[in-house]
Each structure stands twice: as C-alpha cells, then as structure tokens.
Write a new protein. Structure first.
Length: 248
C-alpha cells in the first residue's frame, strides 16, 4: 500500500494542466508535435471539457463554486490560464487522507437522463493493462467493479478516494463525455490534423484521439469536482492489483 499512497499523494499535489500536457507528450503522435504547440493544444482540449461540464452543471440547476464566470461564453473569451484549477475541491489535501470529498452530482443518474445505459460489473484485468471503464456505441457505459475488492484495505489505509464508490462517479463522467461526443455530437469537431508524411501532392494527416481523452478528463474532473487529474486513476488502481493476494 505504500506505493499506492505515494502515488495518491503525488496526484493530489500535481497540477492538472501539467498532467494533461504530459499525457499529450507521451502519446505516439503527440510526441511528434513541438512543445509550444502541445501547450496550445492541451489548453484547448481542457477548455472543451470544462465548458461542456459547466454547461451541464448550469442546465441541471446545481449550485456550485467555480473559478470561471458561468454566464454563456462567446468565441471572443480569453483562453484558459495554464494553471487553471479544473476540479480541485477545497477539502482535498496532499496527504491523501481526504474523507470529505463528495461528487457534485450523481453522474450515473445524469447519464441515464441523457439517454445512456450504465452497467457495473467485473471485467478481467491483466498486469500490463487494466480497464476501469469504457464506452461502447451507441449508448453503453461500462464500469469495472473488480476494484471494489480492495475497498476494505483502502479504508484501513485511509485512502477513501481510491475506493470504488468514490471514483466510479468520475469514470462514469469520463465515459459520458465520449457518449455526448460520439452519439450526441455535443462536442466541437477536432480541427487539428498532424501531418505525418507527404508523397507528391498528397499529404497524409491524422487526428489526435488523445486530445479527446484530455477533454474527457477535464470534463469528468469539472463535472464531479474530483480532486486530481483523472488520468492518474488507472495507474494507481493497477498498483492495487500488484499487491500480494494475501494482503488483498
């Protein structure tokens, strides 16, 4: 549990913007982009996710605290600052002993009201890869309950944020973004294209799916008020699976 607690401590202290930037830099296509352009793309991707989350929060009449004006925004608005706090709650602490966090809303209920189906079940995992949730067209959101088996351990270790009932809401929110993007077309089209190679007059270009992932992370963090960048969750939960069976 020591490694898991250290990872949680680091996550709570980290800047979500820097985490998103590192996620893009680590992508097989993202690493081909110049650093300055990666920063711009990261900011734009985060902005897309946060704007959609705040629209849903407004539409569902929730009383929330926000670092931004919740009035309708225009195309002339200022872009995000690089250090924007996209989801951190004031009670979050770098110690990882955050007993008070609660999601801003019931994301499963919201997903259902928006036309999605939410299924919670155990799915196989492998040491080198684990799935904590995924979206399947046209409208199915799946959440992996496998990790609930570690809840008692996590409670004893004073890491309630990593209990299944805590993080399930942020994972549902992440997959809800993909549902709204792919099925409801609620997200602007991605305009960026990376040029990979050229042959005569033809230039081969590709989209960057990782930008949609970053938007989904920002959306999930803002919609729920989750206290660290959701992109770190899978790694921490994978560490749980590496614990000796006798201690699980």
């Amino acid at each position: 549990m020591i490694n898991v607690k250290a990872a949680l401590h680091e996550a709570l202290a980290a800047d979500p913007y820097q985490d998103a930037l590192a996620q893009l830099a680590g992508d097989r296509f993202g690493k081909k982009i110049a650093a300055a352009e990666r920063a711009e793309l990261t900011t734009a991707a985060l902005k897309i996710g946060v704007k959609l989350a705040e629209k849903l929060l407004r539409d569902h009449s929730l009383e929330i605290e926000t670092t931004q004006d919740l009035a309708p925004q225009t195309d002339t608005e200022e872009p995000f600052a690089a250090d924007l706090e996209i989801g951190r709650e004031p009670q979050a602490s770098a110690s990882g002993n955050n007993q008070k966090w609660q999601p801003l809303l019931d994301t499963a209920d919201l997903a259902i009201r928006l036309g999605a189906l939410v299924t919670e079940a155990e799915y196989p995992i492998a040491p080198e890869f684990t799935t904590i949730g995924y979206f399947e067209t046209p409208n199915e959101i799946f959440i992996n309950r496998y990790f609930a088996r570690y809840d008692a351990q996590l409670a004893a270790a004073k890491m309630p944020l990593l209990r299944y009932d805590s993080w399930r809401s942020v994972v549902i929110a992440h997959e809800l973004f993909h549902y709204l993007d792919e099925t409801q077309k609620a997200v602007p089209l991605q305009e960026y294209r990376l040029k990979l190679w050229k042959l005569g007059p033809y230039t081969h270009q590709t989209e960057l799916p990782i930008l949609r992932e970053i938007s989904a992370m920002a959306f999930a963090q803002r919609l729920t008020g989750w206290p660290f960048y959701p992109g770190r969750l899978s790694e921490m939960l994978l560490k749980l699976t590496q614990l000796k069976e006798s201690s699980a």
